[in-house]
Design a protein around this ligand. Structure first.
Ligand code: NAD
Length: 249
């Protein structure tokens, strides 16, 4: 199996139809032990139980640096190592430039960008001790094309920031055999859109996608699996587009 006995931490993985949960399932099926981190303890525990025995769920707000270190230490106490981190937690707000207040900016940039930094800082010391690790960061096509459909400009900025952060960490951490890569999903059918995707909007969006459909959480989960596993041992600092051709560049 691709991740036999590897220990994987995934943030924002409690959401039932989300990318994180699908990634957790795909990785558990490949032999990994998964630590699901999310805002609510019960939701995280329930999501971990869904994966079967031997997985772990824990509350962790990724915008809280101390909570990230506590979570990473709990995983190390339990499993002895951390091989993979998937920085998946993210929120979006469909608002326009003039509507972005400081609190909007802080909330959206906080979860995606600061959260990616804090959670990476929490696992890097252990990965350095192991001289082995793979960090996968969830960006978005909206970082590349200047806005998606549901994210405001602050979301695009946060996700563009993730790409820069990941590339710089890749350069810094390569000598310690820690790989850092990003994924830029197109529009994926999860609950992040908050039920705001009308059939008309959907049909319109699909017209611009060469593969003729919206993405599924599994499409992203499989890309995460690739970047986490030894199938991608010579890849670091890359941005993997998983968007059905919505953006070809
Ligand atoms: P989702 O809403 O289903 O899942 C997001 C999860 O993050 C939720 O479980 C939520 O509780 C958790 N979360 C929110 N704030 C958190 C915090 N501070 N700390 C820890 N967990 C927190 O969304 P999704 O569509 O599965 O999105 C997953 C990632 O993929 C996000 O980073 C999102 O921006 C990105 N993305 C999604 C799409 C899409 O179309 N769905 C496209 C591009 C990128």
């Amino acid at each position: 199996m691709l991740l036999d006995n590897q220990v994987v931490v995934i943030t924002g993985a409690a959401s039932a139809r989300g990318i994180g949960k699908a990634t957790a399932k795909a990785m558990a099926a490949q032999g990994a032990r998964i630590a699901i981190l999310d805002l609510n303890q019960q939701d995280a525990e329930r999501a971990a139980l869904d994966l079967g025995d031997g997985h772990y769920g824990m509350a962790c707000d990724v915008t809280d640096q101390a909570a990230c270190f506590t979570a990473a230490n709990a995983v190390i106490d339990r499993y002895g190592r951390i091989d993979v981190l998937v920085n998946n937690a993210g929120i979006t707000q469909p608002i326009k430039t003039m509507e972005i207040a400081r609190e909007n900016f802080d909330a959206v940039v906080g979860v995606s960008l600061l959260g990616t930094l804090y959670m990476s800082q929490a696992v890097i010391p252990q990965m350095k001790r192991q001289q082995h690790g793979s960090i996968v960061c969830m960006s978005s096509v909206s970082a590349q094309r200047g806005g998606g459909i549901f994210g405001g400009p602050h979301y695009s900025a946060a996700k563009a920031g993730v790409l820069g952060l990941a590339k710089a960490m890749a350069r810094e951490l390569g000598p310690d055999h820690i790989r850092v890569n990003s994924i830029t999903p197109g529009l994926i059918q999860t609950d992040i859109t908050g039920g705001k995707l009308t059939p008309e909007m959907r049909a319109d969006i699909v017209k611009g996608i060469p593969l003729g459909r919206l993405g599924e959480a599994n499409d992203i989960a499989n890309a995460c699996l690739f970047l986490a596993s030894d199938l991608s041992t010579y890849l670091t600092g890359i941005t993997l587009d998983v968007n059905g051709g919505m953006l070809i560049h």
